[in-house]
Design a protein around this ligand. Structure first.
Ligand SMILES: Cc1cc2nc3c(=O)[nH]c(=O)nc-3n(C[C@H](O)[C@H](O)[C@H](O)COP(=O)(O)OP(=O)(O)OC[C@H]3O[C@@H](n4cnc5c(N)ncnc54)[C@H](O)[C@@H]3O)c2cc1C
Length: 462
C-alpha cells in the first residue's frame, strides 16, 4: 500500500482538522470495501471534508504529489467504483449531508451530495413533492453515488433513472477547480451538456458536491400486485401483452425459481401458489383509484389467459411494504447463501426470453446455477451465478468464461454491459466486448482532458 509522504500529510492538516483525517488501520478498514463481492483494498488515508473549497484544496495537493483519490458515498456500490484500488486517499462524502432548499415554485431541490437517498425522498414528500429514483439500497446510499452510477431501481420503468431528475451540479474537477455544470432550469440548449456527462461517470471526472434535482407531483392511487406464473415464458408473454395493451406500470419486477428457493431457505416464504415457478411484482398508479383498479382488472384477465395464477393485490401501505420487503430479500438471501458473481445485464425487453434461454445453456455448459431477478420491465435483470459446492479452483477458472459467454449473448441481443450498477472494476474486462473501440478511445480522451494526471478514481471503467 502506498505510504503518504509526511509533507503531504502536513499540508492535509492545514486543510482539515485532525479528526477528519483517518490514518489508523481500524479507522480505514470500513472504507476498504463496498458491496462488491469480497473485494478489499486499503486506502493510505481517509479524509472527511464538508466544503467544496476543502475538496478543491485536497485535489490541488493530490495533483502536486500525484496521490490517487477515490470519492466515496454510502459504499453500497456493487461494481467496485468506490474501492481505492491504487490506495491513496478516499474522500468520504458523509459530511455533505444537508438538504439546502426545496423550491416549491420552481419544483426543484438543492442538496449536498452526501444526503442519504431515502432521507431526501421522505423530506420532499413531506413538502408535497416527489423524487422518484428508488434504488433498493436507498436507506444507506447517497445522492452523489446515485448520480455517479446513474442508479435506477423499480420505479425507473415509468419514472426514469437518476439522471432524468438532475438540473445542475456543483463539481470539484480533478485539478481543484469548482464549477456549476449548468443552470437551474428545465430547458437548456447551451453547448455540450456537462451535467449529463457527469452522470454515470463513476467518480472519474469530478467530485459532485451539490445537486439541484427536478421534482414532480406525488403519484396517487398506487396498488402493488404480486402475480405467480407457471413458467418464465408465460410471464414474458404476459409482460409483452401488458405493454401492448397501453398500460404503463410504475414497476415490473421479476423473481425466478432459483431466487425463490434461496429466499425460502432464509425467510420461510414459500410463495403464493405451489405450482408457481416465477413471480412478477407490479406496481400501478392512476389519476383515481377506479382507474388503477381498472388497470389491475385488465392485467388480471390478461395474466390468467397467459398461464398466470390469481394475483395478490396489496392496497394498504403495510401490505405493500411487506411485499416489497420480500422482493428486496432476494439479494440479501443470496449473500447469506453462497459466494456469487453478480452480472447486471440489460437487453431490450422483447429479448428477455432469449437471454434467459441462453442462460440455461450457459448454466449447463459451466455447471453453475444462476439466480435471476430484477427490473424486467426495463429488460434489466441481475443474473447471479452461484458457487454453492463448486471448488474454489473451478470457480476461479470458469466464472470469467461463463460471464464472458453471457455478455456475448447480451451483445448479440442488442444489450449493454450494465443497466444500473456501473462498470467499476468488475465489469471493466468486458467493456471491449460491448463498447466499440472508437467509443472507448473517445471516453479515454474525455478522461484525459478532465484529469491529465489520472489521479481521480484511477483504474475504473476502462
Ligand atoms: C442491497 C442493495 C440494493 C441495491 N439496489 C439497487 C437498485 O435497485 N438500483 C441501482 O441502481 N443500484 C442498486 N444498488 C447499487 C448501489 O446502491 C448504487 O450503485 C448506489 O447508487 C451507490 O451509491 P453510494 O452512495 O453507495 O455510492 P458508492 O458505492 O460509495 O460509490 C459508487 C460510485 O460513485 C462514486 N461517487 C460516490 N459519491 C460521489 C460523489 N459525490 N461525486 C463523484 N463520485 C462519487 C464512487 O467513486 C463510485 O465510483 C444496490 C446495492 C445494494 C447493496
Amino acid at each position: 500500500m502506498q505510504t503518504l509522504n509526511s509533507s503531504f500529510i502536513e499540508s492535509l492538516r492545514e486543510i482539515l482538522p485532525d479528526q477528519y483525517i483517518i490514518e489508523s488501520e481500524e479507522g480505514k478498514l470500513q472504507y476498504a470495501s463496498d458491496h462488491t463481492e469480497d473485494l478489499k483494498f486499503m486506502p493510505s488515508a481517509v479524509v472527511k471534508p464538508n466544503t467544496a473549497d476543502q475538496i478543491s484544496k485536497i485535489m490541488k495537493l493530490a495533483n502536486e504529489y500525484l496521490v490517487p483519490v477515490t470519492p466515496r458515498g454510502g459504499g453500497t456500490g456493487v461494481s467496485g467504483g468506490a474501492l481505492p484500488i491504487e490506495a491513496g486517499l478516499v474522500i468520504s462524502m458523509e459530511r455533505f449531508n444537508k438538504i439546502l432548499e426545496v423550491d416549491q415554485v420552481n419544483r426543484c431541490a438543492t442538496v449536498e451530495s452526501g444526503v442519504i437517498t431515502q432521507v431526501f425522498q421522505e423530506y420532499v414528500r413531506e413538502s408535497g413533492l416527489f423524487f422518484p429514483p428508488d434504488p433498493g439500497s436507498k436507506g444507506s446510499c447517497m445522492l452523489g453515488g446515485n448520480l455517479a452510477e446513474n442508479s435506477g431501481g423499480p420505479r425507473s420503468l415509468k419514472y426514469g433513472v437518476t439522471r432524468d431528475y438532475v438540473l445542475n451540479l456543483e463539481v470539484v474537477l480533478p485539478d481543484g477547480e469548482v464549477i456549476w455544470t449548468g443552470k437551474n432550469v428545465t430547458k437548456n440548449a447551451t453547448g455540450y451538456d456537462l451535467t449529463q456527462l457527469l452522470c454515470g461517470s463513476e467518480g472519474t471526472l469530478g467530485i459532485i458536491t451539490k445537486i439541484v434535482f427536478r421534482l414532480i407531483d406525488v403519484p396517487n392511487n398506487e396498488l402493488l400486485v404480486l402475480i405467480p406464473f407457471k413458467d418464465n415464458s408465460s410471464c414474458f408473454d404476459a409482460i409483452h401483452s401488458i405493454v401492448q395493451l397501453g398500460i404503463r406500470p410504475v414497476s415490473m419486477e421479476f423473481v425466478d425459481q432459483t431466487s425463490l428457493e434461496v429466499i425460502e431457505k432464509f425467510y420461510q416464504w414459500s410463495g403464493l401458489h405451489e405450482s408457481a415457478k416465477c413471480y412478477l411484482w407490479m406496481e400501478l398508479d392512476g389519476d383515481t383509484m377506479d382507474v388503477t383498479f381498472d388497470k389491475c382488472a385488465k392485467i388480471g384477465n390478461l395474466v390468467v389467459s397467459h398461464g398466470g395464477f390469481e394475483p395478490l393485490v396489496a392496497e394498504s401501505d403495510k401490505e405493500k411494504e411487506h411485499l416489497w420487503t420480500l422482493r428486496h430479500k432476494v439479494g440479501e438471501s443470496i449473500i447469506s447463501y453462497t459466494v456469487f458473481k453478480d452480472i447486471d445485464t440489460v437487453v431490450p425487453v422483447s429479448k428477455v426470453g432469449d437471454l434467459l434461454q441462453r442462460l440455461e445453456e450457459i448454466e449447463q455448459q459451466f455447471r453453475f446455477k444462476a439466480a435471476c431477478f430484477g427490473h424486467i420491465g426495463n429488460g434489466n435483470l441481475h443474473i447471479q451465478f452461484l458457487k454453492e459446492e463448486l471448488s474454489d479452483e473451478y470457480w476461479k477458472n470458469e466464472i470469467p468464461k461463463a460471464v464472458g459467454s453471457l455478455f456475448e449473448c447480451v451483445r448479440d441481443l442488442g444489450g449493454s454491459l450494465s443497466g444500473e450498477h456501473g462498470v467499476g472494476i468488475v465489469q471493466k474486462p468486458f467493456m471491449p466486448l460491448i463498447v466499440p473501440k472508437a467509443s472507448i478511445n473517445l471516453m479515454k480522451q474525455i478522461k484525459q482532458v478532465f484529469d491529465p494526471n489520472n489521479i481521480l478514481n484511477p483504474g475504473k471503467i476502462f
